[in-house]
Design a protein around this ligand. Structure first.
Ligand code: AMP
Ligand code: MG
Length: 353
């Protein structure tokens, strides 16, 4: 029962802007003696959970700390950190650094903060790992599809036009000047596939600094855990079944790790029996067709977010090979519903009956 209460369900609602994470129990138990993360030692721990709408999605944070004041302060700091990063990075906010980079496409390099530079550097690294499956230059195509706000299949001519602008090798990072230059006018960076994980990662770090001993930061389908729960156990995570809303496909326990899921059920529309969803194959600019969902498990959420999206595009065969090469946990549901689990995750991921 306790396990069920604490299970986090990655419940994804079609036509909503993103995947939500819904803790089954939101109650904060009063301070109670419990074993510490160190094992055995009894300390007073308080657990507090709060949710806010940020980055266009539901952000839910749980903090475990020695007092209610510290737990509350770490939650507040975690949300503030995500809001700060949204203002820095969101391409929906015209004054953000990344919007300024996009506005200067083809014109001039733009100086950015170390954080933005680091995020872009990581994004381009993952583009190489995933053989271009993960591609933050996908912006013009994302705009054309505009899923799910204005569901419509773009004309072939529109996609052909957009194809000129989605080459990530034309994103130039200058580490000396810390500038970003998009070579062609019309290019547009989209960080939808990596930004939420980056934010979850940074929020967890801030919460730790404030004094939380354990926590779980969920930004849509991107989760970052640290430390342990108040009872000393790891964080139970549920992976949403891609075709049965509300059903858990598999569970795992995580500590000091991130778990990201990308799925074709998060944002999509159906037309003539075909599912059109938000993860695009940069080669065709059509929704990627080889997977229903991909979950990646690794130490940091920036990596898991970007790789979940990139492996989704690569498909089960090349994607699993990449996960094995990088030593990552991966749970891949292919287009036919078949499940593959990387050797790194096989012993710890429990498939639901
Ligand atoms: P995620 O939910 O993390 O898989 O990210 C999906 C979001 O990333 C989409 O809504 C787009 O904003 C963006 N995106 C779509 N296709 C790609 C791609 N191939 N590479 C990188 N980002 C993408
Ligand atoms: Mg992603």
């Amino acid at each position: 029962m306790q396990r069920r209460e604490a299970l986090f369900l990655l419940a994804c609602i079609p036509f909503f802007t993103a995947c939500a994470i819904i803790p089954i129990s939101k109650t904060s138990p009063p301070p109670s003696p419990s074993p510490s993360a160190g094992g055995g030692k009894v300390v007073n721990s308080v657990t507090v959970t709060r949710a806010q709408f940020l980055m266009g999605t539901l952000v839910e944070i749980t903090a475990v700390a020695s007092s209610d004041a510290v737990a509350q302060a770490s939650l507040t700091a975690g949300f503030q950190e995500i809001r700060r990063l949204e203002n820095l990075l969101s391409t929906w906010i015209e004054t953000s650094e990344l919007s300024r980079v996009n506005q200067a496409a083809g014109l001039k390099p733009v100086a950015v903060s170390a954080e933005t530079f680091d995020l872009l550097r990581r994004a381009l690294e993952v583009a190489e790992y995933t053989e271009g499956g993960f591609n933050i230059a996908i912006g013009p195509a994302v705009r054309l599809w505009n899923i799910p706000e204005a569901p419509r299949i773009p004309a072939a001519s529109e996609l052909e036009m957009a194809a000129q602008y989605v080459d990530y090798r034309r994103i130039h990072l200058d580490p000396t000047r810390r500038t970003v230059f998009l070579e062609k006018p019309g290019m547009r960076i989209d960080i939808g596939g990596i930004g939420k994980g980056f934010a979850a990662e940074k929020a967890a770090a801030v919460m730790r600094e404030i004094g939380a001993t354990g926590g779980l930061v969920g930004v849509a389908g991107d989760l970052r855990t640290f430390g342990r729960r108040a009872d000393g156990t790891a964080w139970p995570i549920g992976i949403q079944h891609p075709r049965e809303a509300g059903k858990i496909l598999a569970t795992l326990d995580a500590t000091d790790e991130a778990v990201s899921t990308s799925g074709d059920y998060e944002r999509y529309f159906m037309q003539d029996g075909v599912r059109y969803h938000h993860i695009l194959d940069p080669k065709t600019l059509q929704p990627a067709r080889l997977c229903q969902s991909v979950t990646i498990i690794a130490p940091d959420a920036t990596t898991t977010d970007a790789l979940a999206t990139g492996v989704f595009v690569m498909g089960p065969v090349r994607g699993l090979a990449l996960a094995e090469r990088l030593g990552l946990g991966a749970v891949i549901v292919d287009a036919g519903g078949g499940i593959s689990i990387s050797s790194h995750a096989r012993n710890r991921v429990k498939l639901s009956p």
